[in-house]
Design a protein around this ligand. Structure first.
Ligand code: KIV
Length: 280
């Protein structure tokens, strides 16, 4: 096989990248989009290999990895660092990175520069930002007009937790529901390629999903969204103290890890580890 042929074969064997266009096609085809957070290459590779479509380097990093109470302390440099790691583990999924608090709210210039860093230095395929007022829509328009794909995020937007005052569901009152509905339309018009809907009534998410041509990705927003996202540490049972009803636990890794580590500690203390076969 000559070098050109082997290059061709390698390209043929590489899985087809998920793109923003592909996500829209999935919506049109009624094919649910699977999204999960990841913060490092190890987990990102595992999720990518089983066909997760979108890997979100979420600023939930602040809660689950850094031990903060909110996402607010997470910095741009930290998001870029984790994005680089995730990108190294991914061959197929679209990697979307959260723009952290105050990295896009001060000015359009700063926001564009920071989004550019996430893509240039981090290697993300898109950025995500929270909110949907006029100013955010304008920002989305500017970003998408220079080739930065943007995912929106409406409903319970964790960066506004101090403004909201609680993690209760949003859009339960008609006026707020209408605002979220209009914001979703505004984000689509501004060029967003998808919108995360967090902790809003399923019926509101259904209305938004039906009205938009871009996909909606729900978290605590019911079954009618075009896709679903969860924070992986929640769905794998690593964060046991966090139990909102929208999290389905597929594993109880916290318990399993502790049991394994306790067995290891026991083996070390009783000198059952290492054995002769494990020695040189
Ligand atoms: O930061 C994050 O993980 C998120 C998801 C909860 C959607 O924004």
């Amino acid at each position: 096989m000559n070098p050109a042929q082997s290059q061709e074969q390698a390209a043929a064997e590489r899985p087809r990248r998920v793109t923003t266009l592909r996500l829209r096609q999935m919506k049109q085809a009624g094919q649910p989009i699977v999204c999960l957070t990841a913060y490092d290459a190890l987990m990102a590779r595992l999720f990518d290999e089983v066909g997760v479509d979108v890997i979100l380097v979420g600023d939930s990093l602040g809660n689950v990895f850094q031990g903060h109470e909110t996402t607010l302390p997470v910095t741009l440099d930290e998001m870029i660092y984790h994005t680089k790691a995730v990108v190294r583990g991914v061959r197929r999924a679209l990697v979307v990175t959260d723009m952290p608090f105050m990295s896009y709210q001060v000015s359009a210039e700063e926001a564009l520069r920071n989004a550019g860093r996430i893509m240039k230095e981090g290697g993300a395929g898109a950025v995500k930002l929270e909110g949907g007022g006029e100013w955010i829509a304008e920002l989305v328009l500017r970003m998408t007009s220079i080739g930065i794909p943007v995912m929106g995020h409406l409903g319970l937007t964790p960066q506004s937790i101090h403004q909201f005052g609680s993690y209760r569901a949003r859009g339960t009152e008609p006026r707020e529901a209408e605002q979220i509905f209009q914001d979703a339309q505004r984000l689509q018009e501004a060029g967003a390629f998808a919108i995360v809907l967090e902790k809003i009534p399923a019926e509101l998410a259904r209305r938004i999903t039906a009205a938009l041509s871009i996909p909606t990705i729900g978290i605590g927003a019911g079954v009618y969204c075009d896709g679903q996202v969860l924070v992986y540490t929640d769905m794998l049972g690593l964060t046991m103290e966090f139990r909102p009803r929208f999290v389905r636990r597929y594993e109880n890794l916290a318990e399993r890890i502790q049991q394994a580590v306790a067995r290891y500690a026991d083996d070390v203390r009783s000198r059952r580890f290492p054995s002769e076969e494990e020695s040189y």
